[in-house]
Write a protein that binds this ligand. Structure first.
Ligand code: AHR
Length: 506
């Protein structure tokens, strides 16, 4: 039976701004994310600018990606940035011990990353090495990138061909210090965050937004320990906090670590379990926000979910250390559901970074030689991009029968969020039910709405994915079945699909 629901949206009651950085990205030296993904080198027959793949840049520009986190991940804590500057043929090599034990030639380094960000129109988010680096090394990197005038690091940068300093706002102080970034205790990690942050200076008018390495999933104790050590919020004379953002990582993983399941071979039960797992992010963000509210009620510190996404078993026949997985319609619905939740947490959640942009985990893009495939997840980012920097609008969803029993739990099968920007309302709706459509009445109050347009992302089956041979198996199509009523519209969302509706508001 078709589920029925009403969604009340007050167009004139404004919620917090949805930071564009919730649509952030992550590129690690892992598998084929950088090498083969973003970077092919200047001599490659694949069209490139200074070694950076142009098809990848074009595809990502269409998403308006706001920021790109680099060089890791776990890799960040064994990366020594000075190995990645200067003439490429003279750069030292290293072993990427975290990811596949392969040799890293350091051809993609600081200058290449900053050039990539410029091509993408994205802000750089650099993740500094705490696990195996030094305070001086990190301090030098900030100086190298952002200082003007004359100094040892400025001279080195200029000698490498970059006269002007770059602007870098987002700076990560370590990654997963509770795990691959050093296996630390929260107390020790908090002290290091204070120490490293002290020497990551604001040079020449560049203001850093320092992000301390935060919790794993629902480890609220970690957040509490970090928030206790953040600095002197209450100090009148010199109010300062050592870091401006605190991170958290949460992946959608179903099953034990050594049997997470296939990205494309799964049944309906697996699918519902995945969605239940995906929705845990709501509780986790609430948990961390609540702790942060106790220490920082003014919300000066941003919560930064700088790794999220699905994590499946690697594709058969690929290097297990490369974390290459396919991406099906199911992944797209995981993403759309996450975004609804992110929008609801807009007051505290400042940034989120999907892991990872190309060829790794829940990727936007898959490359194979010169072929480029846009994944279903890519399309969710594209269809939702109008939410970036928009004003959130609460969606009051009354859905009596839109739920499924999954084991001992109940899964709400309708998810929605909305925002308004430049006189246009954007409503995102996901019907998670694997089999049944949902009829939704959009009751739009507090404004008069013009002609709506809709776009639908779905496929016959949840397992459908895009390949070089069938690149558009899952791609957005126009959705015209929008019946206007006096006060909004009625629409029927097909099973397992994601829909966006846009309309001018007067
Ligand atoms: O994204 C893959 C890895 O997952 C990252 O390197 C690490 O931070 C996390 O454990």
């Amino acid at each position: 039976p078709t589920a029925t629901a009403t969604a009340v949206i007050n167009l004139d009651i404004e919620g917090p701004t949805i930071s564009r950085h919730l649509y952030g990205h992550f590129a690690e030296h892992l598998g084929r994310c950088i090498y083969g993904g973003f970077w092919v080198g200047e001599d490659s027959p694949i069209p490139n600018e200074g070694g950076i793949r142009l098809d990848v840049v074009r595809a990502l520009r269409a998403l308006n990606i706001p920021n790109l986190r680099w060089p890791g991940g776990c890799f960040a804590d064994e990366y020594h940035w000075k190995d990645g500057i200067g003439p490429r043929d003279q750069r030292p090599r290293m072993v990427n011990t975290h990811w596949g034990n392969v040799e890293e030639n350091n051809h993609f380094g600081t200058h290449e990353f900053m050039a990539l960000c410029e091509l993408l129109g994205a802000e750089p988010y650099i993740s500094g090495n705490v696990g195996s680096g030094t305070v001086q090394e990190m301090s030098d990197w900030v100086e190298y990138l952002t200082r003007d005038g004359d100094s040892p690091m400025v001279r080195l940068r200029k000698a490498n061909g970059q006269e002007e300093p770059w602007r870098v706002k987002f700076w990560g102080i370590g990654n997963e210090t509770w795990g691959c970034g050093g296996n630390m205790r929260a107390e020790y990690s908090a002290d290091l965050a204070r120490q490293y942050a002290t020497y990551c200076r604001d040079h020449s008018g560049n203001t850093l937004y320092r992000i301390a390495s935060g919790a794993n999933g629902d480890d609220y104790k970690w957040t509490e320990t970090l928030m206790q050590q953040i600095g002197c919020f209450g100090c009148e004379a010199t109010p300062r906090n050592f870091f401006q953002g605190l991170s958290v990582h949460q992946y959608t993983v179903c099953g034990p670590w050594d049997a997470k399941g296939s990205a494309t071979v799964f049944d309906t039960e697996d699918y519902y379990r995945t969605m239940l797992e995906a929705k845990r992010i709501d509780r986790i963000l609430t948990g961390h926000s609540t702790v942060m509210d106790c220490y920082d009620p003014g919300r000066r510190v941003g919560l930064v979910l700088d790794e999220w996404g699905t994590w499946w078993d690697t594709e058969p026949g690929t290097n297990p250390g490369f974390l290459f997985q396919q991406n099906a319609l199911r992944d797209a619905l995981v993403a759309s559901t996450h975004f609804d939740i992110f929008h609801r947490h807009a007051a505290r959640l400042y940034m989120a970074n999907i892991a990872q942009t190309v060829n790794v985990l829940q990727a936007m893009l898959l490359t194979d030689g010169d072929a480029l495939v846009l994944t279903p997840t890519y399309h969710v980012f594209e269809m939702n991009k109008g939410h970036q920097d928009a004003t959130s609008l609460a969606v009051h969803l009354h859905a009596q029968d839109a739920r499924r029993r999954v084991g001992d739990s109940e899964l709400d099968t309708l998810s929605a969020s909305a925002s308004i920007k430049d006189g246009t309302v954007l409503i995102s709706l996901t019907n998670l039910d694997a089999e049944e459509p949902a009829e939704v009445t959009l009751d739009l109050r507090g404004g008069s709405v013009g002609e709506p347009t809709g776009r639908l992302l779905t496929a016959d089956r949840l397992q459908v994915h895009n390949t070089a041979e069938t690149p558009e198996a899952v791609a957005p199509r126009p959705f015209d079945a929008l019946k206007s009523t006096g006060q909004g519209m009625v629409l029927t969302i097909p099973p397992h699909s994601f829909l966006t509706v846009q309309a001018p508001v007067a």
